[in-house]
Structures are given as C-alpha cells and as structure tokens.
Design a protein around this ligand. Structure first.
Ligand code: ADP
Ligand code: MG
Length: 698
C-alpha cells in the first residue's frame, strides 16, 4: 500500500496524480502520507462577521453564501461570493480555478468559511478561503488541532487546496497500520523516550488528538531523520578511516619544540593549546586526520596551522596551506615567512600570478622536497603541482572552496595527507554535527588577551551628520575608517551607482587636502585594487570606500572604525565577517550600522544581534534560526539536510541524541548483524543509497 502509485487512490486519478508528481514530487501513497502539515490551527473557535478584523491570523466563520458572481475578464477574471451571518457580510474572492470553485460552492447552505481577512477599500474580504459544509465540518476526525497543508496554486486550482489535500490524506490514512509502516527503531528506544510506533507517529502528525501527543510523534519522526544522517556519517567516517590509513606523525621533534619554546611571539590561549593537543592526538592514530577547525575572526587559527606544519616537518614531510584569495595567500605568506626563516625552513608562495620563472623553480622544489612549506591559492591543486612527500594539507576559509577542490588535495600524495580545514564562519554545534558529522571538529572559543570588544551601534540615515562628525573625530586621533557598501553581485548597476554616489559625497564631506579617500570594488583591475589597498595600508588615505571585497583577509590594525551602509541588506554572518576587519589593533574599535528608518522583522533581528554581541557562535545560532541550514553551509551538499520534519535550529537536543544513538548502536553492533537490527538495517540501506560515498555496511 505504502508504495502503490497515487493514481489509484480514491479521489486522485491520472490527471491529479500527474499534477501531484509535478508540483510536489509525490508519486506514491507513502509520499502523500509523508506530506506533513506545516502548521496546525485551532478550529474550535468561531468569529462573527462583525468581529472580523483584518490581520495575519486565520479565523473561521459560520454562515451562508447568498450570491456568486464573476467579475473582470481575461487574466483578471475573479469569482466573488457574498457571505453572510447574522451580524454582517463579507466577500469571498477567488482568482485561481474560478471554474472549478464555482461548481463546488454550496449556496444557501450552512457553511464554515476559513481564511485571512483583508480590508480593501472599506470592504473586508477573504481571498481564497476554505469553504466547507457544516455537516462535513462536524465529521472531522478531531476537534481542536486541524492540520494545514502546503500546496501550490496549480494544485489549488484543481481542488487540491489545503483542505482538498487534507481530504485525500484522510482517505489514504485508513491504511496506516503496522504491516504498512513497519517498526524499525529498537523497542527500548521507544520506551525510553515515550515515542509512538512508526505508523502511529505518521497518523498523529495528520490527526493529532492533542498537542502533547503531536509533540512526541513529531519528535520520533525528526529523530528518525537525524539518526539516519548520523548513522550515515559515522559509517562513512569509519569506512574512510579503514580505506585511508594515515601516516603516523608521532614525532614531536626539534622544529616544533624549538619554535614553541624559543620563537613563539606570544603565549597560546588555552583554546589554542587544546586544539594543538587534539591535532597531535589525531596525527598519532594512524588514521588520516580530517579535522574542521572553527574559530572566530582573530582567534589565532594561523598559529595553530603553523604549529601543525612544524609537526609535519618534524616527521620529514611537507605541508601546504591553501587560501581562497590572492590577498589572503599573500598575507599568510608575509606573516609566516619570518617564522619560517627563523627556523631555517624553506617557505614559498604559489598563486595564479606567480611569475613563470618563480613557478618553475617552486614546482621543482616541491617535487624534489627542497621546499618544506608552500602557501597558495587554487593554483596549488593544479595537476602540475607535485610534492615529494606531502604530509599535511591545510585549507583556510574552507566554506569558499567546493568539496571537490578540497578532495583534490588528497590526491597530491599516495598516502592521503592529513587534512585541517579552518573556518572563521562559526557553525552552530548541532549544525556542524549534522553537516560535518564525518569530520572531527575543534573550536577556538577564546580570543587572545587584551582585545577590546568592538562597540557596535545602529544609526539611521537621519543621524548621518553626527556619524560624520564622529568619523572626523576618530580620524583626528589618527585612526582610519572603512565605509562598506553592499554590492552583492558586482554586475548590479544600481548598487554600483550607489557606491559611486557614496564615494562622491564622501569626497565632498571629507575634502582634500585634509582628507584622502581610497576606493576598492570588484570592477577595478586587480593592479588598481592593490594600489588603492596599499595606499590605505600605508596610512596615506584615511577613509576606504569599499564593497564586500574587503570581507576576507585584509588586515589594517590602524583601521578602527567601520561604517556599513544599507546594513539591512547584508546577511548576519556577512556583517560579522565585515566587522572582523576592525578591532585588530590596540585602539577601541567601532562598527556603525547605517539603515533606512524602516526595517523588516528579520533585518531588525540582524541589526539588534550585531549590536548585542561580538560572539560569532551566538550570531551563527541566530542566523541559523533566520536562514535555515542550507544557506549557512554554502558549498557543503546540503541535500543531506533536506528534512521533512527535523529542524536543526529547534531540534538541537534531538541532534545530540541521534548522534549518541548512532554511536552506541555501532559500538554494540558494528555491522548491524544482530537479528533485532535487521529492520533498521533495511531502512538505513535504502536511505544511504546514493547519499554517502560508503553507503554500504557489513
Ligand atoms: P584568524 O583566526 O582570524 O585567522 P589570526 O591567526 O590571523 O586569526 O590571528 C589574529 C592575530 O592575533 C594575529 O595578529 C596573531 O598574531 C595574533 N595572535 C594569535 N594568537 C595569539 C595569542 N595567543 N596571543 C596574542 N596574539 C595572538
Ligand atoms: Mg585567518
């Protein structure tokens, strides 16, 4: 029954079946039954028409339809029905499926009308309401919580609006029994958490008796999804470790020790020390390391990277560090060169703009092993880059690289190098557990001492004069200022105009010779960009007008003020990344978020969050709630996180439970061979097919 085609279900037929497949991807009865309500409404209350207020709430009335007319012509054609109760009248309006609706509306019968009331030119109406005969309404399986299903305009036009879908689902649900939806979770888990059996859980999602039962059913179904994902991640990790024995780097030798004791310019923070210990542990296990290192901007990831490179050297191996942009690669190179030289180590930089002669020399040195370390961009993964003995590959700002790009570093050595991927975009813990469950995660959750938290304020355009006054004051103290404009797509002409207008007005308000202004944006030639950037770095200009091209990597410690124009147009994590450009020196730093007077709810949340906290993890949590996991992860295949029920932002405890359950299960029964795990194994095998590289178990 579960797998039978929808076409044969009562009330469907070939046409609707085709539409359901096309619009919602449903093909089988099981698909339909897994189309869970996206919310529930309490339909126990009725309003009288005279009480009806317009607004977001969907409310219901009882009355009768007295007249139906069609108005307008062509695409503007609409159906208007007069709806009355003892206290007044409302108009019901349909723009879609006029013909179909007209045929189905009962006239002068006792009906229930349900929808959102809008006021339009002193009239109140409901667009696309649900209309149901009172006699039918009374037969609904439950009072109280009613399921509301998402649908599409096309489906609604064929009578498969929310209510129509509900009817279909109610029809299909009579088949929901244990043989159709067999139990597959171990019974002691169900007992422990109080979860209903598999078929019961599905039924309860559609027809909850009460909120408490619904909550348990939802928990079970969300757990199923999170658990299968965790199991897949664990299996993938184990299989990969089996397939890729890593080199054992167990020597903590002269390079690491000498540097640590004699050259290290500062004491590591406790968090840095902990991460170095975690990495040292990984390198000794004989498995290939796959570690994700998260740490907020400025938390000191580079030093951890360098110490790890020294460990590679102590074990006779080479190391590379790949960065997403030329600027960043150059900066790493410039930063690490003095350390490498102090240790008599050979460090080189390889990017797209490396001159041919240098490139030839560097390629030769990497191949014959005379170069110890190389920093670079994508240029590092080209085929002609060959290492004598690559033992460690580090990827900085990993979210800017695709999975394939990272993976191609693996092939640079017959034994895959140990991998350390670093990110300054913190990912909430439970999201990291889900999306990167096959990696090990380290977190630097502490900034080096002595940093003053950046002070962030929100100002509207009306305060511009005051803000400019503040900038002049700061510049008089010798500081420098960034002014950032949104330019999400470099081709957006309007944004470009905004930026240039902004630049012109700043040159007017900060005139030479007292002030000098730089500008950097994506339409400039790299050489010009670099020239302008260098002027600012050298302090020849006090203001830098820029787009988000400065988001990653630029390091100008004397720049202590950042103004972000149209801040409402930036995403939260992007605002945080931008803000990370200031606060790098000893001075108190400021971030000023400029917006228009009116903000959407989401934009207000973003701005308020920025003003409240500097903590990247707290910000990431809010961002997860606002945007969902897909947008946060960027390149990581987020298809794995397309859940029907689970929500990573809300189900954090379930994520942790699921991980624990998967680990415990595999510890007790690594190949899922026990008879009581056979149902589970079947479900997992179907789930993992095509999703995981090693979807097989046993
Ligand atoms: P990110 O994690 O953003 O890559 P960096 O590695 O660039 O951060 O470090 C930011 C700055 O902090 C650098 O100037 C670095 O030298 C300095 N730094 C790193 N660790 C420490 C520490 N333990 N104590 C003091 N300064 C540190
Ligand atoms: Mg960095």
């Amino acid at each position: 029954m579960w797998d039978s085609p929808l076409e044969f279900l009562k009330g469907v037929g070939p046409q609707r079946a085709a539409l359901l497949a096309g619009e919602l991807g449903m093909r089988t009865v099981g698909d339909l039954l897994q189309h869970y309500p996206f919310r529930y409404v309490d339909r126990s209350q009725f309003y009288s028409i005279s009480q009806a207020v317009d607004g977001p709430a969907e409310i219901q009335f009882r009355g009768r339809i007295t007249k139906i007319t069609e108005a307008g012509a062509g695409p503007k054609k609409r159906l208007v029905a007069q709806f009355e109760d003892a206290t007044g009248t409302l108009e019901l309006v349909w723009f879609q499926g006029v013909k179909w609706v007209r045929g189905s509306l009962p006239i002068n019968e006792d009906v229930v009308v349900y929808g959102k009331v809008t006021a339009f030119q002193h009239k109140r109406n409901i667009t696309h309401p649900e209309v149901e005969k009172w006699t039918e309404f009374q037969q609904r399986p439950v009072r109280g919580l009613f399921p509301v299903y998402s649908t599409t305009e096309k489906l609604a036009g064929r009578g498969l609006h929310a209510r129509g879908l509900a009817k279909l689902i109610a029809g299909a649900a009579v088949h929901l029994d244990a043989p159709t939806v067999p139990e597959w979770l171990p019974p002691d888990w169900l007992r422990r958490f109080g979860w209903p059996a598999a078929h019961e859980a599905v039924r309860t999602m559609h027809f909850p008796a009460d909120a408490a039962g619904l909550s348990l059913a939802r928990q079970r179904l969300a757990f199923e999804e999170l658990f299968l994902l965790q199991l897949g991640m664990q299996v993938q990790k184990t299989q990969r470790q089996k397939a890729n024995r890593g080199r054992i780097l167990d020597r903590v030798g002269p390079y690491f020790l000498h540097f640590y004791e004699k050259e290290l310019p500062f004491e590591l923070t406790e968090a840095q020390k902990r991460v170095v210990r975690e990495i040292r542990h990984d390198l000794r296990t004989g498995f290939q390391m796959n570690r994700l290192l998260q740490g907020d901007v400025g938390s000191g990831k580079t030093m951890v990277a360098f110490l790890t490179m020294l460990l590679a050297k102590d074990n006779g191996l080479q190391a590379c560090l790949m960065a997403p942009t030329e600027i960043l690669a150059q900066q790493h190179f410039a930063g690490l060169l003095p350390y490498a030289e102090a240790m008599d180590l050979h460090l080189e930089c390889l990017t797209g703009s490396t001159k041919t002669a240098d490139r030839t020399r560097i390629l030769a040195g990497l191949a014959d092993g005379t170069i110890d370390f190389v920093v670079g961009t994508h240029a590092l993964i080209e085929d002609r880059v060959v290492f004598a003995q690559l033992g460690l590959a580090i990827v900085d700002e990993q979210h800017r690289f695709g999975v394939a790009q990272r993976a191609s570093l693996w092939k640079k050595s017959s034994i895959p190098p140990h991998m350390l991927v670093m990110t300054a975009t913190p990912i909430p813990r439970t999201l990291a557990m889900s999306a990167y469950g096959d990696l090990d995660c380290s977190v630097i959750d502490e900034l080096p001492p002595g940093r003053k938290p950046i002070e962030t304020v929100h100002r509207t355009d009306g305060h511009r004069l005051k803000v400019w006054g503040f900038l002049k004051q700061q510049i008089a103290l010798g500081r420098q200022v960034y002014l950032v404009y949104p330019l999400i797509e470099e081709s957006e002409t309007l944004d470009y105009k905004d930026l240039m207008d902004g630049y012109e007005s700043i040159r007017r308000d900060f005139p030479s010779p007292d002030y000098a202004v730089s500008i950097v944006h994506g339409r400039m030639k790299p050489a010009d960009k670099d020239y302008e950037m260098q002027r600012f770095v050298r302090g020849e200009t006090q203001l830098m007008v820029a787009t988000t091209v400065i988001e990653v990597g630029v390091n100008v410690p004397n720049a202590s003020v950042m103004v972000i124009e149209n801040a409402e147009r930036f995403g939260l994590s992007q605002l945080h990344q931008l803000r990370g450009r200031v606060g790098r020196g000893a001075d108190q730093s400021y971030c000023i978020l400029m917006t228009g007077p009116k903000l959407s709810d989401d934009a207000r949340t973003r701005v308020e969050t920025m003003c409240r906290t500097n903590d990247g993890f707290e910000i990431a949590d809010v961002d997860l709630g606002l945007r969902g996991p897909g947008d946060l992860l960027g390149t990581r295949q987020s298809g794995l996180l397309n859940f029907k029920v689970a929500r990573i932002s809300q189900d954090q405890n379930l994520v942790i439970t699921a991980k624990w359950a998967a680990e415990t299960l595999l510890q007790n029964d690594p190949t899922l061979a026990l008879p009581e795990h056979q149902a589970l194994k079947r479900v997992f095998t179907v789930y993992a097919r095509g999703k995981f590289v090693w979807g097989k178990i046993g």
